[in-house]
Write a protein of this length. Structure first.
Length: 171
């Protein structure tokens, strides 16, 4: 959390996704490193029973920043992608907390749900994924979203127990 606080500019927003009970466990750490809690929202999940939660935190005092309210009533699709969060939920968060052209970083890219939402809304994105097996599926999903675009680079660099992947797509 300290590194997220260090990397975000004042006014930058961090969204965390986890199980119910997770917010209370990490709330003190988030506040200690300088985040303002914007709220916790329950969201439906695709692969799991019950609800998950999204915690919105802000680097700074939060003056004038929209708060998260729960519960959300979002019509969500259930695509074949193995993702716990429907893309519609990411879209709603991005519409509230980002502007076209903003850079969104997803350190746990998974099946690229956040990246697809960024593509639809005109946000730039950077993603990281530890599981090499998911990289091809994520790239395929992004390529389908950006129909007609060509993948020009996919570089995988093992780093200890992690794999860093850089993928660039351009017209």
């Amino acid at each position: 959390m300290v590194n997220f606080a260090r990397a975000l500019k004042p006014g930058g927003v961090l969204m965390l996704y986890g199980s119910p009970g997770w917010p209370e466990k990490h709330w003190p750490t988030l506040e200690r490193v300088g985040f303002t809690i914007l709220g916790v929202v329950e969201v439906p999940t695709v692969n799991y029973s019950g609800k998950e939660v999204i915690i919105g935190v802000l680097c700074g005092d939060g003056a004038g920043m929209a708060r998260l309210d729960s519960p959300w009533e979002i019509e969500c699709s259930r695509p074949d992608w193995s993702s716990g969060v429907p893309v519609e939920e990411c879209i709603e968060l991005l519409k509230v907390y980002t502007s076209p052209g903003d850079l969104v970083f997803d350190p746990f890219t998974g099946m690229a749900t956040c990246m697809v939402a960024c593509e639809r809304l005109g946000r730039r994105w950077i993603g990281c994924e530890m599981e090499p097996g998911r990289i091809k599926d994520a790239m395929r999903r992004i390529e389908q979203e950006r129909e007609g675009l060509e993948a020009i680079a996919l570089v995988s660099q093992p780093t200890g127990n992690h794999v860093t992947v850089e993928a660039r797509l351009e017209r």
